[in-house]
Design a protein around this ligand. Structure first.
Ligand code: FRU
Length: 477
């Protein structure tokens, strides 16, 4: 086994070796968090500490597969400009030698605590899992304390991704789990000192909802407890659950004494092709903020065109969550207005069953905000370049996002129901699009790999519409 220093040195060397190749990629994003080289997956340890946001991520510096996992680290004062910090965790210890897997962060007595899963393969290749702790006093250097939670009876070694929070006087930890009957669930622990943890049990038992629940997150909004998680093994059902794995949530109430969670139905949180393993934190302004991984595990990874440039995947924009009528709404955080450069604004644009382009409404790092004033059109669409389109179908109350498949030249789609189309806010970056419909009621997050030179934007209606069109060029950060 390599020492911590050796592994980190090897990782920095991998960055040096590939960074020129990475930078030449026209699909590099302008204002999203990406790995300097290699593979990024889940956001981890999102926390506000000592006046800054800290955001860690699952990182394989050595390649674009999932073979090795470090915790990379970014920090930011404003959620817009991110500074890359030294590597936080390397898989250098007996309890995490096959990966420092996902986890979370909390602040206690001005120290930063990271809880993560140590992934281990024994000599037969069998999986072992340890929930581990690392502590920092400066937010940069982390001291590994080793495992604090062992695998309890009744669960397989698919037991990972601890999320920790405080409720009243105690600390709680939730972990994504698979029972020995191969059903997914989450289990709850409690602690008074963050070191010794008492197993309380599963908070919900479902026999019919997948074989593993990854990356759970439990938080309160408006007196409700939201459980956000990423279940695996859910079959497609109409336009639901079309991706290989999903992310979504229950809204309910956790009874900490009874260890039971009464909740409603599962809602997918994002309707696009590329969204997984989101994580939230609460900041100094009391906002519930979320980042997601703008990707999904395994599906399509070998087809990503960025692999030839030695990197893959990115995180979403930071979003603020709001719970309204039992549904999570997502808002791009207000700080993102600081990305804006020149504005192009057209009020009361009349589109009459035609396809139009507006002067200077184009680009590949842009924000677009469209407000519907009048709508007598059965269908309305916005198209980006040759192959990406979002289509609002008033007649069938459906939204459809189309993109070119990474595997073939075919178009593929994701859809969701929408009662009434009022407005849409779109963040387009060189190879990604995030679409917030009706103030975040529905969101589509997707990578798009198209001709970056074609930066045209078209509006198309089948009947008469009046809309306001606002467009901003966005900064490179
Ligand atoms: C989710 C996940 C987590 C795990 C991590 C490993 O994408 O599978 O469950 O901790 O990725 O990188």
């Amino acid at each position: 086994m390599k020492s911590d220093n050796e592994l980190k040195t090897k990782a920095y060397q991998a960055v040096k070796n590939s960074q020129d190749k990475v930078r030449q990629d026209p699909y590099r994003l302008h204002y999203h968090i990406m790995p300097s080289v290699g593979l990024l997956n889940d956001p981890n340890g999102f926390v506000y500490y000592q006046g800054k946001y800290h955001l860690f991520y699952q990182w394989n510096p050595f390649g674009t597969n999932h073979s090795s996992k470090f915790w990379g680290h970014f920090s930011s004062k404003n959620l817009v400009d991110w500074h890359e910090e030294p590597i936080a965790l390397a898989p250098s210890s007996w309890f995490d030698k096959n990966g420092c897997y996902s986890g979370s962060a909390i602040v206690h007595e001005d120290q930063l605590y990271l809880f993560y899963t140590g992934n281990v393969r024994d000599e037969n290749g069998d999986r072992e899992t340890y929930q581990c702790l690392a502590i920092s006093s400066d937010g940069v250097n982390f001291d590994k304390k080793g495992p604090v939670v062992q695998l309890p009876n009744g669960y397989t070694a698919h037991f990972r991704d601890p999320k920790v929070w405080k409720h009243e006087e105690k600390w709680y930890m939730i972990i994504g789990a698979q029972t020995e009957q191969v059903t997914g669930t989450v289990v709850l622990y409690e602690s008074i000192d963050l070191i010794s943890w008492r197993f309380l049990g599963p908070i919900t038992e479902r026999q019919d909802f997948g074989y593993m629940w990854e990356c759970p997150d439990l938080f309160s909004l408006n007196d409700k407890d939201v459980l956000l998680f990423s279940p695996q093994g859910i079959e497609p059902e109409g336009y639901h659950y079309q991706n290989i794995y999903q992310s979504g949530y229950f809204v309910g109430k956790l009874d900490y004494q009874e260890v039971s969670y009464q909740h409603g139905r599962f809602e997918e949180i994002d309707r696009g092709f590329d969204f997984y393993a989101p994580q939230t934190t609460v900041d100094n302004k009391g906002r519930r903020l979320m980042f997601g991984w703008m990707g999904v595990p395994e599906e399509n990874e070998q087809d990503h065109p960025t692999i030839s440039h030695h990197w893959i995947h990115a995180l979403t924009m930071p979003r603020q969550l709001e719970l309204k009528d039992g549904k999570l709404f997502q808002h791009p955080v207000e700080e993102l207005v600081n990305l804006r450069k020149e504005a192009v604004i057209y009020s009361d644009v009349v589109i009459k069953g035609e396809k139009i382009q507006m002067p200077r409404v184009n680009g590949n790092a842009v924000e677009l905000f469209l407000e519907v004033k009048e709508n007598a059109s059965r269908q309305f669409s916005v198209s980006f370049g040759n192959n990406t389109q979002v289509l609002f179908d008033q007649e069938n109350k459906l939204v459809t996002l189309k993109r070119k498949s990474m595997k073939s030249n075919q178009l593929e789609k994701r859809q969701c129901h929408l009662n009434d189309f009022k407005n849409v806010r779109i963040f387009l970056d060189a190879s990604s699009i995030e679409i917030f419909i009706n103030g975040g009621e529905e969101v589509f997050t997707t990578r798009i790999f198209d001709d970056v030179k074609n930066d045209s934007i078209y509006f198309h209606s089948t009947g008469k519409m009046i809309i306001d069109i606002n467009k901003w060029e966005l900064k490179q950060v």
